[in-house]
Design a protein around this ligand. Structure first.
Ligand code: DGT
Ligand code: CA
Ligand code: CA
Ligand code: ZN
Length: 573
């Protein structure tokens, strides 16, 4: 996505936070949050729009459009700068602590001078919150949990952010003088759910011009170390990039070495040793004579080790080496296999785009079927009613004529209540073609209660898919405490699919869960949970987790032809 969209989204979000902290009004704050989401989800480059064009983005009114236009023109917005000047930067950082709202953040600052996450952790540790209004034992407990979640993310970066930086770097360096090949490696190539740092490889005879081009990239904030083989920089977002330059002749061996994982590489080196060979980032050599046996491309190196080529998403030493030795690797599901998307939202609830735009975006992606699953009424904030849902169904029917090739399915995202019941009675549920059921509240139930709750939802014959099953969100909360194996078994028994939610902050189920669920014979649905047209592309991240969980197209219900999917949805599985 264009950088202007990202920048403006961040600016609007910051302003919404500042409004919340300074008590600028809940209505105004929500308006800026909504506009931030809309700008982030806008498909075109907003840098190319004038105030009139900006106003056409849903959720962007006249006053917000003026601020964006001013920002694009001058790089500053006085209203935002004024709000900034009244809130110390550290106080806004406090909002990163899950469970801590803006009012309490401001109280902590005013009463205790707390203006950073570290200072907050110290205040909690030293019991300095005691006696402060609104910070009783329960609030303190929440705060401790929030700090723990924040700490657990350990500075790792979301996959989509790292991948964006990796692609931008590769595109720029691929065009640098003397570069014959350029690609990203490391955990980004393996598509791990979070990324420590970005690793980029370039092939060139003379490393000097590549290194020079690298440190001159606009996204570079600081050069950490510069050498002839390896240079490390830090980007403006605080992400580290390692660039290694190697000779074209050792490209394949270098890609294997720096793609990792370390565990996978250790296994490869063991196999090499057993065959009287030696594997390094420069190639596969004869241990005695030192003659090079393979190096130029990955396939050749794997073949010389007696293995078929292993997809990067599988390189974690989770059985892929054994399977590659028997030529028994799975035919992994790809983005191109997806025929449909079974979880999406419109502006009837918390999406930012109207139905027509979401459907048009689905058609542009070449999907064969598309389910609209707006939130059901128990998620009170969204003000859904049965009348609205039925009116949307009618609107969808009429749109269907205009999209002959794309079949539109009317669905809903139900809320699983603490007992495991959902929003509507059976006869109403039966009106929907796709029912996703998700946890949106009561994340703190104990393990038994949480498990009972999910099992009951699985047993409901109208529930087709369990949405984002664990509810974890990076940097916000861990998953609920639940006996997942019991849930997986129930899904297999009842023919309920488990979602792989593709939103990069969720990736839920994750790869490890998918591997386990697969053992139970569960089916999966890889969905975008899109709240804007641009989010439909998030399935790229969900598919990657499905691959990391060894899934084939047959395991994923939204790769199936519609007739087979319909049979599954009707319970004839
Ligand atoms: P990350 O950055 O924490 O998300 O994970 P990776 O896998 O990208 O790890 P990183 O950046 O430390 O190294 C990239 C790859 O390079 C890694 O997957 C394997 C290889 N590698 C790096 N250092 C070593 C090492 O000391 N020994 C071995 N065998 N391989 C290494
Ligand atoms: Ca890395
Ligand atoms: Ca690295
Ligand atoms: Zn949803």
């Amino acid at each position: 996505m264009a950088r202007a969209n990202d920048e403006v989204e961040a600016l609007l979000r910051e302003y919404a936070d500042l409004l919340a902290i300074t008590g600028g009004g809940a209505f105004k704050q929500r308006a800026y949050e909504r506009a931030a989401r809309a700008v982030g989800g806008h498909p075109g480059d907003i840098g190319a729009l004038d105030a009139g064009g900006l106003r056409e983005i849903p959720g962007v009114g006249a006053s917000i459009a003026d601020k964006i236009e001013e920002y694009l023109r001058t790089g500053r917005v006085p209203a935002v700068e004024k709000a900034r000047s009244s809130v110390p930067p550290g106080v806004r950082a406090l909002l990163d602590v899950p469970t801590l709202g803006p009012k309490k953040a401001m109280t902590l600052y005013r009463e205790l001078g707390v203006s950073s996450v570290d200072a907050l952790a110290a205040a909690v540790r030293e019991d300095r919150l005691a006696g402060l209004a609104g910070f009783g034992p329960k609030a303190r407990e929440n705060l401790e949990r929030g700090l723990a979640v924040l700490h657990a993310s350990g500075g790792r970066i979301a996959l989509d952010v790292a991948l964006g930086v990796a692609e931008e770097t590769v595109a720029a360096l691929g065009a640098a003088p003397g570069v014959t090949r350029c690609a990203y490696a490391g955990s980004v190539r393996r598509m791990r759910e979070t990324i420590g740092d970005v690793d980029v490889l370039a092939a060139a005879d003379d490393p000097e011009p590549v290194m020079a081009a690298f440190v001159a990239l606009p996204l570079v904030a600081e050069v950490v170390a510069r050498g002839t083989k390896k240079t490390t920089v830090r980007t403006v977002d605080g992400l580290q990039i390692d660039l290694r330059v190697l000779g074209e002749e050792s490209w394949g061996a270098g890609m294997i070495y720096f793609t990792g994982s370390k565990a996978h590489n250790v296994r490869l080196r063991e196999i090499a040793l057993r065959r009287g060979l030696k594997l390094s980032e420069y190639g596969l050599f004869d241990a005695k004579s030192g003659r090079r046996r393979a190096a130029g491309d990955e396939e050749e190196v794997y073949r010389r080790l007696g293995l078929s080529w292993v997809a990067p998403t599988l390189r974690e030493d989770r059985g892929e080496i054994e399977a590659a030795g028997r030529d028994a690797l799975p035919r992994l599901v790809t983005e191109a296999d997806l025929r449909g998307d079974l979880h999406s939202h419109t502006d009837l609830t918390d999406g930012v785009a109207p139905l027509t735009e979401m459907v048009a975006a689905a058609a542009r992606r070449g999907l064969r079927y598309y389910a609209v699953t707006d939130h059901a009424p128990d998620l009170r904030m969204q003000r859904m009613t049965l009348e609205k849902a039925r009116a949307q169904r009618e609107e969808l029917r009429q749109l269907a004529d205009r999209h002959g090739r794309l079949k539109l399915l009317h669905g809903t995202e139900l809320n699983i209540d603490p007992e495991g019941n959902v929003d509507w009675p059976a006869e109403v549920l039966a009106e929907f073609e796709v029912c996703v059921a998700s946890l949106h509240s009561h994340f703190d139930l104990d393990r038994d209660a949480q498990t009972r709750r999910l099992l009951r939802a699985c047993e409901n014959p109208h529930v087709h898919i369990i949405g984002h099953p664990t509810t974890r969100k990076f940097g916000r909360r861990g998953g609920v405490d639940v006996d997942l194996d019991a849930v997986f078994a129930a899904c297999a028994r009842t023919g309920t699919a488990l979602e792989i939610n593709s939103h990069p902050n969720r990736l839920d189920l994750n790869d490890a869960h998918v591997l386990r669920a697969r053992q139970h014979g569960v089916r999966f649905s890889v969905d975008s949970d899109a709240h804007a047209p641009a989010h439909l592309g998030h399935v790229r991240y969900g598919v990657a987790q499905a691959q990391r969980g060894w899934l084939t197209p047959d395991d994923v219900i939204n790769t199936w032809p519609l007739t087979r999917l319909r049979r599954f949805l009707r319970g004839g599985r």
